[in-house]
Ligand binder design. Sequence first.
Ligand SMILES: [Zn+2]
Ligand SMILES: [Zn+2]
Length: 367
Amino acid sequence: MVNDWSFRFLNYVIYPSSSFSKRGDAGEVIKPMTPGSLITYTNKGLYCKEGDFYIDPWKKVDKAVITHAHADHARWGMKSYLAYKGNEGILKHRLGKDIGFRGEDFNTPVSINGVEVTFFPAGHIPGSAQVRIRNKKECWVVSGDYKLNQDGISHPFEPVTCDHFITESTFGLPVFQWEESNEVFRKLNSYWKECVSAGENLLVSAYSLGKSQRVLANLDYSIGDVFIHSAIHQSNLALLDQFPSFKSFTHNTRLVKEISKDKNKPFLVLSPPAGISDALIKKLGKHRSVSCSGWMAIRGTKRWNNYDKGFVISDHADWNELNTACLATKAENIYVTHGYSDSFSRYLSEKHGLNAQVLKTQFGEGE
Ligand SMILES: [Zn+2]
Ligand SMILES: [Zn+2]
């Protein structure tokens, strides 16, 4: 018998569902999640009419509730931003010092026009939160991005029971199952050692917010000197207030511009993918390059072939974590965004008997 699931699975590996499409006029409700529900879907983003606020909107609105500071969730131009308080530094760094920011602690309900809004840790990156929104009738949780495995720098994910759960599915296929991250970092450090023995420098590519701090927290600085791209340094500084332990990154690293021409000992450079310029490659001279990303689990993809090696380190939930998280909410209705939303929502319906559906959003475009 043909295994329908594995056939679909292959299809989705090759053609992940696009999460971006053009929308209608401002404020238009594209598709109510359930008629008259507390959260609706508009062309500006997820909207709570009763509270008159949006969650991670992708167009300019007055009141935005923000899950985390990644570019696809926290966009410029909102009149006010409400987020977990740990995001103040990083949001102001990314969106401007003058933004209207209000920070709240985790597990501390606030009322917006009578609707209760509470932040809970999402474990995705430092400062990342899930948002629970409820009135007397309904309880919703918008997860933003999340992961269940603990990275040692973000507040660990807390499952929150609700009726309606909006989940990401960036890595919503069974092929994505993460190895224990301590083990992956051990391998990264030993690969770096290997480079040093071969007299070669090492370029490590990782996103500037979240992944880079994780790499910096796990590097073995006894192996050699570490230089970082200025975008990573700026993020570190912006996070320092809420995450004082990141001070050690400043002590342990220097900026890429401080690499001197006559440097004779092999070194490591940490840069976001967008920061890898011709000038940087020239500075690196004889080197190897690696990428730290969940996408390294499927290395056939052309965009990753430029790297000598891949380390599967992701700030998103893997397949098992996604399933665990969705079931832990006890939600009857699951809305699936980012990534493999078609296959994952179908799986949730068929395997777990949940009322799951795809929600096409504009998340997943930024980082
Ligand atoms: Zn994110
Ligand atoms: Zn995202």
